[in-house]
Ligand binder design. Structure first.
Ligand code: SAH
Length: 268
């Protein structure tokens, strides 16, 4: 593959070059002429080339790299339905104001993939502007996102994700499918927003806070960190039916949502 220059490590630039894998990814989205597609991190537009075969209503590409954006604007200049935006996705994610039916694809830069996912979960407005996310992560990160209670991968990322999204793992992608070849393999996940949420929080930051404090020591009983959240910890533990001798990885996601709700009720 001919590159414009050396690929930027700082921007997580590993381009997907395996055509069959690209096809498999795009097929998951069931893109049709009524759908708007957004791609986070467009690179040289390899995914957009394939998305175009599905004739979506519009394609919006977000690319932080100035040089690449310029290249993409030229490459797609004859297609009115493609809009390339030279921005950092993290700066605009809360301001995106589009009609519904948007499918987001992203072969995310490794170094900020969890930050991007978290920002898509923590949106102020819910249900969000997207109807599905089809995202690629480093395999080890994907395993943490979809992990269940009582596994060593279970943690903050699993809890935050499961709060607002249904997740599904599709397949792994070996590092050989990329150029330049990264050190690690990847996995493809898809997500759909949970429309109704049993544990509605006014401020999602409370869930981030509660999980951060309770997971500050994975090996220890939650008793001590629970005290940091609630002075009156025994009363709260009883009320929420929580065993303080458990380790953080042994509580269910729902228990964390209950704790965050209670924290919010008392302190916000
Ligand atoms: N989708 C392409 C490129 C993947 S590499 C492909 O599969 O071939 C990741 C891309 O994300 C790079 O083009 C990089 O410049 C871009 N990128 C990195 N950080 C970004 C950010 N914060 N916002 C938007 N794009 C970003």
């Amino acid at each position: 593959m001919e590159l414009l220059g050396t690929s930027k490590k700082s921007l997580g630039q590993n381009f997907l070059i395996d055509k069959n894998i690209i096809k498999k990814i795009i097929n998951i989205g069931n893109v049709n002429k009524n759908i708007i597609v957004m791609e986070i991190g467009v690179g040289y537009g390899n995914l957009i080339d394939e998305i175009l075969t599905k004739n979506p209503k519009q394609i919006i590409g977000i690319e932080k790299d100035k040089k690449l954006s310029y290249f993409l604007k030229k490459k797609f200049s004859t297609n009115k339905n493609i809009k390339i935006i030279n921005e950092d996705i993290l700066n605009i994610v809360d301001d995106i104001n589009l009609e519904k039916n948007i499918i987001v694809f992203g072969n995310l830069p490794y170094n900020i993939s969890t930050k991007i996912l978290t920002s898509l979960i923590m949106l102020k407005k819910w249900p969000p502007w997207y109807s599905a996310l089809i995202l690629m992560f480093q395999k080890e990160v994907a395993d943490r996102i979809i992990a269940k209670t009582n596994t060593k991968e279970f943690g903050r990322l699993s809890i935050l994700t499961n709060w607002r999204l249904e997740s599904k793992k599709h397949f792994n992608i070996t590092r050989n499918c990329f150029y330049p070849k990264p050190k690690v393999n990847s996995s493809l996940l898809s997500f759909t927003p949970k429309k109704v949420n049993k544990f509605n929080l006014k401020n999602p930051k409370n869930l981030e806070l509660v999980t951060r404090i309770l997971f500050s020591n994975r090996r220890k009983m939650i008793n001590k960190s629970f005290k940091k959240l609630f002075k009156n910890r025994l009363h709260i533990a009883k009320k929420l039916n929580i065993d303080l001798t458990k380790r953080p990885g042994e509580l269910s996601s729902e228990t964390y949502y209950k704790i965050a709700s209670e924290y919010e009720r008392l302190f916000n």
